[in-house]
Design a protein around this ligand. Structure first.
Ligand SMILES: [Zn+2]
Length: 266
């Protein structure tokens, strides 16, 4: 079994403030350790379920948060950003048996996490894909579906876990925290690690064929920006239409074009 794990930091146990996610701030050190420990737990769970090959993408900020030597032997780690439009799942392809998300967070425009955002936080007010308000989980999960790769598991905040179940109830989720206004209510960090280990193992022992996200004939994207200037600028990307001062739409039959648009318009 070959597994891809995409990891972020705003959905790990404890992280509550942007200083804790910023590699230039001292508060970050504790949460990069928690991110590493949660990813290591997901790897160990996956290996217990029979994974022979695991690729992890460090998909937060600089892409240089996870301490590689803390991951189990044999795990491969993607650090930094290649510039590929597939963004947080850059080397994913149809040779993988499952995709897992660790440290993922609620979307822009939701109240599930003080750090809620979708891709570039200073730009995206909300993103909608075919009537679903889209989180980073949905954006990348729909891409995985076009490669027939199921989403087996997600760990993150409670509201995101509910969103995941709403999209596909067969995906295993572990909520490590709940956002309340500008605060978070967290599991003990060790309990979060334990639950992720067990959740990842049981997820990969389940029927993964039921965990593929929907594929659509056509993708209709609505993207509202924080500022009208950003929407005007993005409206010149081929296929984008400015429908309101802060909002563009984009339509395509090929989901990769959604990823490409996000790379250049956001
Ligand atoms: Zn992040």
């Amino acid at each position: 079994m070959k597994i891809y794990i995409s990891a972020d930091i705003e959905g790990v146990c404890g992280s509550t403030h942007w200083d804790e996610c910023d590699n230039e701030k001292p508060d970050w050190t504790e949460f990069k350790k928690q991110m590493t420990a949660e990813v290591a737990a997901a790897c160990k769970g996956a290996m217990a379920a029979g994974a022979k090959e695991i690729v992890v993408q460090d998909a937060h900020g600089t892409g240089r948060n996870i301490t590689a030597k803390e991951l189990p032997d044999g795990v491969k780690l993607i650090r930094g950003w290649s510039g590929h439009p597939n963004a947080m799942v850059q080397e994913l392809d149809n040779t993988f048996d499952a995709l897992m998300f660790v440290g993922y967070h609620s979307r822009a425009g939701s109240s599930g996490n003080p750090l809620a955002h979708t891709m570039r936080g200073s730009y995206v007010d909300y993103l909608k894909i075919n009537e679903h308000y889209a989180s980073e989980f949905l954006l990348h999960g729909l891409l995985a579906a076009t490669m027939n790769v199921p989403v087996a598991f997600l760990a993150g905040d409670d509201e995101l876990c509910k969103h995941v179940k709403n999209i596909n109830k067969n995906i295993t989720t572990v909520a490590v925290k709940e956002g309340i206004g500008d605060s978070t209510l967290n599991l003990h960090p060790k309990a979060a690690i334990e639950k992720i280990w067990q959740g990842a193992e049981s997820a990969l022992k389940s029927d993964l064929s039921k965990c593929i996200l929907p594929k659509y004939d056509k993708y209709e994207v609505e993207l509202r920006f924080k500022k009208h200037q950003q929407a005007y600028d993005a409206s010149f990307y081929p296929g984008c239409k400015l429908i309101e001062p802060q909002t563009i739409t984009f339509q395509t039959k090929d989901y990769f074009e959604v990823m490409r648009m996000m790379k250049f318009a956001v």
